[in-house]
Design a protein around this ligand. Structure first.
Ligand SMILES: Cc1cc2nc3c(=O)[nH]c(=O)nc-3n(C[C@H](O)[C@H](O)[C@H](O)COP(=O)(O)OP(=O)(O)OC[C@H]3O[C@@H](n4cnc5c(N)ncnc54)[C@H](O)[C@@H]3O)c2cc1C
Length: 427
C-alpha cells in the first residue's frame, strides 16, 4: 500500500449535526485537523440563527446576530481565514444619533452613575450576587438600574438586574467600549456564513442540507451543534437545559426621514431599537430604512407587551414612523438568544461539552466562555478538538482560542439525569 493511500485511509471520520455558526466552526476546525467531516443541517440552507432572510424580496433581515464583537476570539479566527469580508461602518453622524430613554425622555448621555459603573472591571463584580444589588452599592440605584437595562442589548433578558453581577458587568463593558467592539458584516451575517461554507467545502467537508437527524450516527465521534433544546431530544437527555432570554422582535421598514435616531436604548426597562440600514444600506431598498426592535419580556407576558414598548420608543425617536411604514413583522425569540447566568453560576456550570461516548456539544448555551455567538464559537472549537483527540488526532487538551474550556461542570460531574450512550442506555 502506498504511503498516500495509507494516509487517506487513516483519516478519522467525524460527523457534525447542525450547520449554524457553531456547526460550521466545528466542521472547519475538524477538517483543518485532518478529519473527514460530514455536516448535516436540517434546514435547506446553512446558517441557523445567523441566516439573513429576504422579506418580500426587498428587505434583508437578520434572524439572530447583527454584531460581530471584535473583542472575541472568533474575530481573530475568522479574520485569519479571510472569512469576515466587507464590514458596514457606522458614520460619525449616525453614531451621534444614539438616544437613551431615561425617566420617560430621550437623552444623549446616560446618568452619571451608569457612566461611573462602566469603569468597574468585571473581575470586581461578584459571581454570587445579583447585578442590581451589587451595582446599587457601587453607584446608587439610578445608575445601577439604567446600566442593567442597557446591558440587555447583549443578553436579551427581561430582568438583567437579577442575573449574576459578573455576567452582566462583562456584557455591559463590552457593549459600551470605545471605539465600539460591535462590527456589522455587509449584507448581514449570511455573508460570513457563505464564506465559512465555501471554506469548509474547500477543506473537503461534505455538507448535507435538508437533512434532519433524529438519532446520532454510530460511526465515529459526533459534534452536536444544534440548539440546546434540539440536543436535549437528540441525546434524550433532560439535563441539557440552561436559562436564556425571551425577546419580542419587531422588524419594520419605513420611508427614510432625516433626523431619525440611529439607535434607541431603553434605560427605564430593557429594550433596544436600531436602524440597521443606517450602517448597511444594502439591507433595504433606496429611500427606505430597516429597523429592528429587540424588547425582552417576562415569562408571563405576551408579544403585545413588547410591541407596545417598542412602538412607544419609536414614537419618541423616529417621529411619524407610523405614516411612513412600508412593512412590519413581529416575532418572539424564546430561548434563542444564548445563555444567561444567574447569581452563583458561570459558564462552567452549563451543560458540559464532553457528553462521553464520543459525543460533544457545541452551541451558545453550553459550558464555554464569551458573549452570545462567541459561546458557540468557543464550544465548537473545543468540541472539534476533543473529537479529533478521541479519534486519535489533535492535542490532549482543547487548543481553541479559549485555551481549553474544560468542557465540564464545575464539579466535573453530570447530574443523575445525565447522558445516555448513543443507543439510549443510561450511563
Ligand atoms: C434576536 C437575536 C439577536 C442576536 N444578536 C447577536 C449579536 O448581535 N451578536 C452575536 O454574536 N450573537 C447574537 N445572537 C446570538 C447568535 O444568533 C447565536 O449565538 C448563534 O447564531 C448560534 O449559533 P449556533 O450554531 O450555536 O446555533 P443555531 O444557529 O441555532 O444552529 C443550529 C443548527 O442546527 C440545526 N439543527 C437542529 N436540529 C437538527 C437536527 N436534528 N439535525 C440536523 N440539523 C439540526 C438547525 O436547523 C440550525 O441550523 C443573537 C440571537 C438572536 C436570536
Amino acid at each position: 500500500m502506498s504511503e498516500s493511500s495509507r494516509g487517506a485511509r487513516s483519516k478519522p471520520r467525524l460527523t457534525v449535526v447542525g450547520g449554524g455558526f457553531a456547526g460550521l466552526t466545528a466542521a472547519i476546525t475538524a477538517a483543518e485537523g485532518g478529519a473527514e467531516v460530514t455536516l448535516h443541517e436540517a434546514h435547506r440552507t446553512l446558517g441557523g440563527r445567523a441566516r439573513t432572510a429576504e422579506a418580500e424580496g426587498r428587505y434583508r433581515t437578520n434572524d439572530g446576530p447583527h454584531a460581530l464583537y471584535n473583542g472575541g476570539a472568533h474575530w481573530a479566527w475568522l479574520r485569519t481565514r479571510n472569512l469576515i469580508g466587507r464590514l458596514a461602518p457606522l458614520s460619525p453622524v449616525e453614531a451621534l444619533r444614539l438616544r437613551l430613554h431615561h425617566r420617560g425622555r430621550l437623552h444623549r448621555l446616560p446618568p452619571l452613575g451608569m457612566l461611573r459603573l462602566l469603569g468597574r472591571s468585571p473581575a470586581k463584580a461578584p459571581i454570587d450576587a445579583d447585578f442590581l444589588g451589587w451595582a446599587t452599592g457601587e453607584v446608587g440605584p439610578t445608575g445601577a438600574r439604567a446600566a442593567a437595562h442597557y446591558a440587555a442589548v447583549a443578553l436579551f433578558h427581561h430582568d438583567p438586574g437579577a442575573l449574576s453581577a459578573a455576567f452582566v458587568q462583562e456584557r455591559l463593558r463590552r457593549a459600551t467600549k470605545l471605539p465600539p467592539e460591535a462590527h456589522y458584516p455587509r449584507g448581514g451575517w449570511s455573508s460570513v456564513i457563505e464564506r465559512m461554507a465555501a471554506h469548509a467545502r474547500d477543506l473537503g467537508v461534505r455538507t448535507e442540507t435538508g437533512a434532519r437527524l433524529d438519532r446520532l450516527p454510530e460511526d465515529g465521534p459526533v459534534v452536536v451543534a444544534t440548539s440546546l433544546a434540539a440536543a436535549r431530544s437528540l441525546l434524550d437527555d433532560e439535563s441539557l437545559s440552561w436559562p436564556s432570554g425571551r425577546t419580542v422582535l419587531l422588524d419594520l421598514a419605513v420611508r427614510a426621514r432625516r433626523g431619525d435616531a440611529f439607535a434607541l436604548s431603553d434605560l427605564d426597562a430593557p429594550g433596544w431599537i436600531e436602524r440597521f440600514s443606517a450602517l448597511d444600506p444594502t439591507l433595504a431598498p433606496a429611500g427606505e430604512q430597516l429597523i429592528q426592535g429587540q424588547i425582552p419580556i417576562g415569562p408571563g407576558q405576551g408579544k403585545e407587551a413588547g410591541t407596545a414598548r417598542a412602538e412607544h420608543l419609536l414614537d419618541l425617536g423616529m417621529p411619524g414612523w407610523r405614516d411612513r411604514l412600508t412593512w412590519r413583522r413581529t416575532s418572539l425569540a424564546e430561548g434563542r438568544t444564548g445563555a444567561v447566568d444567574h447569581p452563583g453560576t458561570t459558564w462552567r456550570d452549563r451543560p458540559a461539552i464532553d457528553r462521553g461516548d464520543g459525543v460533544y456539544l457545541a452551541g451558545d448555551q453550553v459550558a464555554a466562555p464569551g458573549v452570545l455567538s462567541e459561546v458557540s464559537f468557543h464550544s465548537a472549537v473545543e468540541a472539534a478538538t476533543l473529537a479529533l483527540r478521541s479519534a486519535g488526532r489533535g492535542s490532549a487538551t482543547g487548543n481553541g482560542p479559549g485555551g481549553g474550556t474544560g468542557g465540564g461542570t464545575r464539579d466535573g460531574k453530570d447530574p443523575a439525569t445525565g447522558p445516555r450512550d448513543r443507543r439510549g442506555v443510561r450511563r
